[in-house]
Design a protein around this ligand. Sequence first.
Ligand code: ATR
Length: 279
Amino acid sequence: MNQKHTDRYAVIGNPVAHSKSPLIHSEFARQTEQDIIYTAEQVEPGQVAEFIKKFQSENGKGLNVTVPFKEDAFKLASHLSNRARRAGAVNTLLLNDPEHYYGDTTDGIGLCNDLIQNHNITLKDKTILILGAGGAVRGVLELLLNNKPAQLVIANRTVEKAVQLASDFSDLGNITASSFENLAGQKFDLIINGTSASLSGDLPPLPDNLLNKHATIYDMMYGAKPTVFMEWGQQQGAEQCFDGLGMLVEQAAESFFIWRKIRPVTADVITKVRSILTP
Ligand code: ATR
């Protein structure tokens, strides 16, 4: 392999050392026989534009972008996919052209592919509750609504943020906002946790009895152990409880497809990443 001419890809973030993306993309590359190098690069705040120029000069062809640079990437992209424009954030940059960067966001498709293809869940005509109203939730609403649920409710601690999101996406389907306490008495087929509460082991203050029969619980966070939200779902009688590891691998697969125009198979990669998670 002549490394000088090998296409390079990377994830940029700060911090970024913990990222699973290098492992995931090298597995995809091996499986699809693509000769690429993928690394994790820590970038300092304010240095993203400079980093991209240098990366391109070293054969950099694409980037994944994680916290805290998703808005920077959005601003730097000269062309945006419609879904990235709606999300207001970019997690994938295609850098084939030295002047024009193409920005996309693959989180929504990652979530929906994990739910629908990996877990066999139907979204059409279902009642869905999503918790949180930050960037993580904004990034997945369009794709969820594209699947035509009967109802999508956004509940958030700061209810005004949920109201704003519901209004921003109201042209795409039946989407409404709620506080946590006002959810009492409603029933859902699927509850997705898109808050960052799981990071600190917290649980949003949810009323009991929100689950329909055969309901599914999905936490966009993941870990070696079930999250507190998944434990809550089990206590509440959910039929299935999933974490977001599959979403992580699926959003990566969509990025890989944008860059290499070839779609990797994800199942073995999900198993592999799961096997190296440490408590
Ligand atoms: P991200 O990019 O991960 O979405 P964010 O934009 O900071 O991060 O949003 C975090 C989300 O988690 C918000 O919806 C936040 O609620 P507020 O808008 O009321 O701040 C939610 N969140 C964080 N910690 C929470 C907790 N302990 N309980 C409930 N919601 C929480």
